[in-house]
Every structure is written in structure tokens, then in C-alpha cells.
Design a protein around this ligand. Structure first.
Ligand SMILES: [Zn+2]
Length: 439
């Protein structure tokens, strides 16, 4: 508690006169505090009497402290100045960036401002620069999902789609995939909205729509230089969609990012984002990858629970486990996960049902800052299109449900099943999976 109070004591209080230096120090303290707690975003929101400061940690917004409302204009003006925004235009939304140091490490801050009742809402998105992305295994890919991605990457052309809702670790996953195929023998170009990772040996371009550098122009320019592999962080328009399909059909391996909740939806959406022939499209797409982040149980203080009959029934119902074959599949995946060292040495299932589940410890422990959770893990799904039922479905339809049903025939493991296995392995909880996937 002492540390926290010292931190609060150094922030602006209502008795301050808000000198430039005090305001600058407060902004730095907020960012430092965010970095220390692993926050991805800091939200500053005007309320009736104060500015609420909240941190997004492991995808959860936490209200941490308050600042005097009268300081908001000065804070906003300084952040805008840092981020290269027009401080006088407080009636317009703004977006800019600046770099800052915390300790010896450099961080990139993306600042967005939005006029709201009572002032401006400011969001600072924090990303580390120059650091290496995590490996796919560290993110939550394992067994079947990892095998499918590795298999796709043995090909030298085609399209890999990585789809997530916002703030679900898509950039990291795209770069982790890229990392798997980066060798001095291949040339790689990336076109990115924000460059979060600087990777050696790769030419990275940041789009600047305000200066005329759009995704479409940058992708076309990169393509002219004929790289082996292209990464496009966001697919946003049809013209670029056409270029992507042409590139993937013409001997390039293309990795494209999209906003979508799961792979069947992403593939269906992608189909509507190109004017190219469905035939060309369905043959260009190799694989869809999707993920959502959930809170990871603290591995030190988590504990197992034996569910009641009713609870088991509820879980099976929620996850659509309706037959003996389903139960057997869950058991097989559980055993495979044990073999791969995913959370413990004993299966949590038998061939006929679930034996135990996991819970967060109420008071947590020191390792998890007394919350019961530590970090995040991705619930993942990988849908292989090439030469599969999914390819036939994509040829004839852009309906997610049809694509999903076709993929299930090929052994597709949807995200909710991956989530169930991760809950059984004590990586997360059933509640966390259900809440995140809105099941
Ligand atoms: Zn703990």
C-alpha cells in the first residue's frame, strides 16, 4: 500500500496550480504506472467532479485513481503537443503518437482524444518498441493449431488471414507468425498501421493516410519490389483486397489482418472484400487464424475444484458437448495438451466426462498481485481452407455458418473447444471463456 500512496501523492491534487512541469510529471507518472502494471491502455475520462484514470490490464479496465477536473485541459494540451496534434482543436477527435522512455526502455504512445460531455476523453495506447514478439506457443497456440500454422508456412504462396476483435493481440500474433519464417534467404515487407515491433532484416512501412501513404498505395509499392512475403496489418478496402488476392495467387505469401470475431466470419467477410473471381479467391486463401485474449489463471495459487453433477451438465450444455463422441474428442485433446506440458501432468477428463475444473484463488498471492490472475492467454482457432471442404464452401458462399460446418467436417477445432481445453488445463476458467466468447 505504501508504494501506491507514494504514487498517488506525486500526482496532481486539487490544491495544485498545475504548472507545465507538474502536468508533464503527472503524464509521465501515469505512463510509468501503466507500464509497471502491464497496462496496454490508459483512459482519462472527465466525470462531473474529477477525471477518472483507468488502466486496461489483461484486457480489463480497472479504475485506479482520480485527477482534478480543472487539470484536464492542461493535460490534454500537453499530450496533444507531444503527439503532434493541434491543441486548439478540442472540438474534434484527434490521433497522434510519441515516443517516451520508462527506465531505459523505449515505448511508443498512441494518443487519441475525443470531445465528450465535460471535456475530452483521452486514451493512451502503450506499446513496447524494439522488443521481440512472443512465440506462438507463448501466446497460447499448441498442438493442432500450431501444426496447422506450421504446415501452412511450408508453402511459398497463398493467403493467411489473422482475424481478431480489437485489442486481442493480433499484431503480436501476426509478427510471431512472421518470425517463424524469417531467414536471410527470404525478403519480407510489412505495411502496418502502427509499427509495434521493429524486426531486423524486414522492411517495415507505416501507413500515413494524412500524408497520402495509404494501405493500398504502400501495398502496391511493396509488391513492385517483389518480396517473398508481405504482411498487411489491416485490410480495409476492396481495391486493396483485390491486390492481396492477386499477390497471393501470383507466388507471394501474404499475411493479412482483419477485425472479426472468428475465422468463418473473417473468411466470409474477406470474400465480400474483393472483386476477384470466387475461384481465384478460394484458391488463394490457405488458412484463417483467429484468437481472443482471456485472463490467465495465476499458476501459483490456482486451485482445482470438483464440479457437481448440475455444474457439469451446465458446462457441457454451454460448450455444445452433446454426444459420447464429443466427450471422447475433449478427452483426447486434454491428453494431448497434458503431453505438451499445458498446465499440469494429469488429464482433467476421462473418456466419459470432466473430472475437475479450476478456479482463481480468492485472495490471490504475491505473484499475481493478489488478483488470482496473471497475464493473458489466447483462445485460438485455425481453419485450413486449402483442398478442404471449407474451400468448396467458400467457392459457393459467403455465409459464415456454412463455412464453419464445412470446416468441422475437416476436423476444425473452434475457439470454444480450444477455450474448454485451456480451462480444463487450468490456464483459465470456464467463466472467463464463456464471458469472453459470449456463449
Ligand atoms: Zn497467485
Amino acid at each position: 500500500m505504501g508504494v501506491k500512496n507514494a504514487f498517488l501523492g506525486r500526482l496532481l491534487s486539487s490544491s495544485d496550480k498545475f504548472s507545465d512541469e507538474q502536468v508533464a510529471q503527472t503524464i509521465n507518472l501515469l505512463v510509468e504506472h501503466g507500464v509497471k502494471h502491464g497496462a496496454s491502455d490508459i483512459h482519462l475520462e472527465p466525470h462531473e467532479r474529477f477525471v477518472q484514470v483507468r488502466y486496461r490490464i489483461d484486457n480489463h479496465l480497472k479504475g485506479m485513481h482520480k485527477l482534478p477536473l480543472a487539470a484536464l485541459p492542461a493535460i490534454s494540451a500537453q499530450i496533444k503537443d507531444l503527439a503532434g496534434l493541434d491543441a486548439s482543436a478540442d472540438y474534434l477527435p484527434g490521433e497522434g503518437q510519441y515516443a517516451t522512455l520508462v527506465g531505459e526502455e523505449q515505448f511508443q504512445i498512441q494518443a487519441t482524444t475525443m470531445p465528450v460531455i465535460g471535456g475530452e476523453k483521452i486514451v493512451l495506447h502503450i506499446s513496447r518498441r524494439l522488443s521481440k514478439p512472443l512465440t506462438l506457443e507463448q501466446l497460447g497456440f499448441w498442438g493442432p493449431s500450431l501444426d496447422l500454422i506450421s504446415h501452412t508456412l511450408t508453402r511459398s504462396h497463398g493467403l493467411i488471414v489473422v482475424a481478431t476483435p480489437r485489442r486481442n493481440g493480433r499484431t503480436t500474433t501476426m509478427h510471431s507468425i512472421l518470425q517463424m519464417i524469417t531467414t536471410p534467404a527470404v525478403s519480407i515487407a510489412t505495411i502496418e498501421k502502427d509499427i509495434e515491433y521493429r524486426l531486423p532484416g524486414i522492411s517495415q512501412t507505416q501507413v500515413r493516410p494524412n500524408n497520402g501513404v495509404t494501405f493500398h498505395d504502400a501495398f502496391r509499392a511493396a509488391l513492385n519490389q517483389d518480396p517473398n512475403i508481405l504482411l498487411l496489418s489491416d485490410l480495409t478496402d476492396k481495391a486493396t483486397g483485390d491486390l492481396v488476392i492477386q499477390a497471393a495467387s501470383g507466388g507471394h505469401l501474404v499475411i493479412v489482418g482483419m477485425h472479426a470475431g472468428n475465422t468463418p466470419v473473417a473468411l466470409a467477410q474477406l470474400r465480400t472484400m474483393t472483386n476477384e473471381e470466387p475461384f481465384l479467391f478460394a484458391h488463394a486463401v490457405q488458412t484463417g487464424v483467429s484468437q481472443r485474449l482471456v485472463r490467465k489463471l495465476c499458476q501459483r495459487c490456482r486451485h482445482s475444484i470438483t464440479p457437481t453433477r448440475e455444474e457439469l451438465h451446465e458446462v457441457q450444455k454451454a460448450f455444445g458437448i452433446t454426444s459420447a463422441a464429443h466427450l471422447q474428442q475433449v478427452h483426447d485433446l486434454d491428453k494431448q495438451a497434458v503431453k505438451e506440458g499445458l498446465g499440469g501432468h494429469q488429464p482433467a477428463t476421462s473418456p466419459t466426462g470432466i473430472i475437475h475444473l479450476w478456479k482463481a484463488s480468492d485472495g490471490g498471492c504475491e505473484a499475481c498481485n493478489f488478483t488470482g490472475y496473471q497475464g493473458a492467454v489466447a483462445l485460438v482457432e485455425v481453419l485450413e481452407v486449402n483442398d478442404n471442404h471449407a474451400q468448396d464452401a467458400l467457392l459457393g458462399s459467403s455465409i459464415p455458418d456454412k463455412i464453419r460446418r464445412a470446416a468441422l467436417k475437416d476436423g476444425f477445432i473452434p475457439m470454444e473447444l480450444d477455450g474448454l481445453i485451456k480451462a480444463l488445463r487450468g490456464q483459465t476458467t470456464i467463466t472467463e471463456v464463456l464471458r469472453t466468447l459470449s456463449l
